[in-house]
Design a protein around this ligand. Structure first.
Ligand code: ARG
Ligand code: GLU
Length: 707
């Protein structure tokens, strides 16, 4: 009796304040966590991590390529990130003859470093709470539209002022659904060059089979260098640029980590939805994820089969398959995790407690009921939209068709012809190797559509059975102008009138038009926009209420691709009955997994040789093992890839690259028993650079210490 009572209390307290190790904290407010972090083992201060007035660890951490994190490890702009973060640049610079993806790439001199147009690295100069300025003039009685207008004006003012007289770029992001606003002042570097990448069978060892899984043996890192002008300022690519001298770079520790050690992750987590209601959790876990997973099954089946056929096809589809498979697998883990945690019920229980509390806090009465209503509306439009993106737009064929459909909406002749010319050029890659690609793409087109039709989401296909639908789709594919390069190019080079007439008759364009008009009607669009806006407004209130309900809890704002700190301990876990996962992996596991017949598990002969002669240099652990990866309880999400994992003294011990599959629900619900981030052990990274690639000059550039 007593025990259940205590458990119930624990559940109440735990359900709102962050659970042990949960949280992605704002660096400028880290003072609030300092005592807890030091109690957990940290030996540095919050100010060492973020300092407005002096160089601090934050100056060594950057947003890499708009969605990953990177860190400086030398005073000459040398940057570490994940292999999968540099992936598309490695692919882009590869050809079958110079296949850096498969063989790896190491610039042995600065001249050999490869410029990467389009790649951007962003340093946060400073961040500030600007809630008061942004909300100036806003009150509770005004409409949302009016509120938004005032906020937008204030926003503009604050940003312009922050940028004045500098080369910085400022932006403001809402936290807690607009209960708080933060200003971020950034410095953007665009001359970024590729320095090194291990071969795929190291950098992506285990491939999509091991992705999101522990035990892991992926050497998931790549290296870049940032260049700046003579004054150390960002500048577009120029051969006269000099390596950038960062305000701070990370020292690397060879001491490694052991179970129980304190670590923190410093980086750019993208999105979490920690405070949403049971409706949102249910929609994601039980409605959207299953649809997305099923439709991606179809696509992956065809791409994977093609990739097994030749090296050229592997290169061709590698990057897109990595993307498709990544979400596909994560959503499976997420839905399972939510089920295991009874996530929907947990949220409902939390909501019940809130409602009870709101009985005496009238301002918040009815907020949840209103949220529920808005979710009913949202659900109706949302599912169709998921089908539209995951099924309708699954094939290249439909993506090209979409471009043609848009072409037809251009009323100005001259602009239409310009756009037609652009489409013609853009289609060159589509038609290159068309016969082979068409095999794969047409199947994806037909099967994803068929799936949508079978589930009642393609009512514009009026055929009554699946085989008729299939033959109708095949007919559309065959007759479309996109199925004939000559015809397509001829049409795109003719006059506007002809183009319009032909597009109107094109069966694929017609199909797209039917589908689009059904999903994106004005009425549905309004409904969708309004429901989302209402949900934002209501969540603002709900979250504010929860903070009042639990005044002693330290709440963290959902991730929003801004710099955060997560901290925890190196720790194993029990994924299933009778299985215990120890917290670190070694090179032994690579050899155990080796399978020359399976692409993902081929082992580089030179790596095998180093293993056989145990040539680990200074990188082995105290037991003489070569560690590869480790797991810890740091709360991370997509965007944290490439983030530095630091030890109690703020030295680099790992590079974050993944989460354990059993804990991928942590974007919605964190469970300290299952949620683990996965990091590459920095010693394996150095071993690969030093012993495998023999790129000694890179090691010499870094500051490597024993402790
Ligand atoms: N799961 C990791 C992340 O979310 C790695 C993804 C890239 N690797 C892969 N095998 N697809 O980014
Ligand atoms: N691989 C992920 C990324 O690209 C990190 C894994 C996660 O979602 O935690 O950011």
């Amino acid at each position: 009796m007593k025990k259940t009572f205590l458990l119930a209390i624990a559940a109440v307290v735990m359900s709102m304040s962050a659970r042990a190790d949960e949280g992605m904290w704002i660096p400028t407010l880290l003072g609030r966590n300092q005592a807890a972090m030091q109690a957990a083992g940290m030996r540095i201060t919050a100010q060492d991590i973020y300092d407005v007035n002096h160089a601090s660890l934050k100056d060594a951490v950057v947003l890499f390529a708009g969605g990953c994190t990177g860190e400086y490890v030398s005073d000459e702009g040398l940057l570490l990130t994940n292999h999968h973060c540099g992936y598309s640049y490695i692919v882009r610079n590869s050809t079958v003859a110079h296949d850096y993806l498969t063989k790896g790439f190491w610039a042995m001199t600065r001249d050999e470093e490869i410029p990467c147009p389009g790649l951007k690295v962003v340093r946060l100069v400073r961040m500030d709470d600007v809630t008061a300025q942004v909300l100036e003039g806003v009150n509770d009685n005004m409409s949302e539209a009016e509120r938004d207008r005032i906020i937008a004006t204030n926003h503009e003012k604050v940003c312009r002022k922050a940028e004045q007289g500098t080369h910085y770029k400022a932006m403001i992001k809402p936290l807690f659904y607009g209960n708080q606003y933060f200003l971020y002042v950034n410095e953007e570097f665009t001359d970024v060059r590729m320095v090194g990448a291990p071969p795929s069978n190291i950098g992506k060892f285990g491939g999509d089979t091991d992705n999101w899984m522990w035990p892991r043996h992926t050497g998931d890192f790549s290296m870049f260098r940032v260049y700046a002008d003579a004054d150390n300022r960002p500048a577009p690519y120029s051969k006269d640029n000099k390596p950038y001298r960062p305000l701070k770079y990370l020292e690397i520790s060879l001491a490694g980590v052991e179970e129980g050690d304190f670590t923190f992750v410093f980086g750019y987590p993208g999105t979490t939805r920690r405070y949403v209601t049971h409706d949102a959790v249910d929609l994601a876990a039980n409605v959207e994820n299953p649809i997305r997973i099923a439709l991606r099954d179809i696509r992956l089946g065809h791409y994977n089969a093609a990739m097994r056929q030749s090296a050229a096809q592997r290169l061709k589809y590698a990057s897109r398959v990595a993307g498709i498979a990544n979400g596909w697998k994560k959503w499976q883990g997420e839905s399972l995790g939510i089920e295991r945690l009874r996530g929907v019920q947990q949220k409902m229980e939390q909501e019940e407690r809130f409602e009870k509390w709101a009985q005496t806090h009238h301002e918040y009465k009815g907020v949840l009921a209103e949220l529920g209503k808005q979710y009913d509306v949202l659900r109706r439009t949302e599912v169709e939209r998921v089908y539209f993106t995951e099924a309708m737009m699954a094939s290249d064929f439909m993506n090209r068709t979409f471009a043609l459909w848009r072409l037809d909406t251009i009323t100005d002749d001259e602009r239409l012809l310009q756009e037609a010319g652009r489409l013609r050029t853009a289609a060159e890659t589509y038609f290159a190797d068309f016969e082979q690609h068409s095999e794969v793409d047409s199947r994806i087109f037909v099967e994803t559509f068929l799936y949508m039709w079978e589930h009642g989401y393609a009512p514009f296909m009026t055929q009554s059975d699946a085989s008729d639908v299939t033959s109708a789709l095949v007919g559309i594919y065959d007759k479309s102008v996109l199925n004939n390069e000559k015809k397509f190019n001829k049409l795109m080079s003719s006059n506007a009138k002809k183009i319009r007439a032909a597009l109107k008759k094109d069966p694929a364009v017609q199909l797209f038009d039917n589908a689009y008009r059904r999903v994106y009607t004005r009425e549905k669009n309004d409904m969708y926009r309004q429901a989302n806006a209402e949900i934002q407004r209501l969540m603002r209130k709900y979250v504010k209420g929860m903070m009042e309900q639990y005044p002693d809890s330290n709440f963290f704002p959902d991730a929003n691709l801004t710099l955060r700190v997560a901290y925890g301990h190196v720790k194993g876990f029990r994924p299933k009955d009778a299985i215990y996962y120890t917290p670190y992996s070694t090179i032994e596991g690579i050899m155990e997994k080796e399978n020359p017949y399976v692409y993902d598990y081929r082992v580089e002969p030179h790596l095998k040789h180093l293993y056989e002669v145990k040539n680990y240099g200074q990188y082995a652990n105290a037991k003489g093992e070569m560690p590869v990866a480790f797991i810890a309880t740091n709360h991370t999400t997509g965007g944290n890839s490439g983030s530095p994992v630091l030890n109690a003294d703020g030295r680099l011990v790992g590079i974050n690259f993944d989460r354990c599959w059993e804990g991928t629900m942590s974007d919605l619900l964190f469970d300290p028993n299952y949620c683990r981030n996965i990091s590459l052990d920095i010693r394996y990274c150095l071993f690969i650079i030093d012993k495998f690639a023999e790129a000694r000059h890179l090691i010499d550039e870094m500051t490597i210490v024993e402790k």
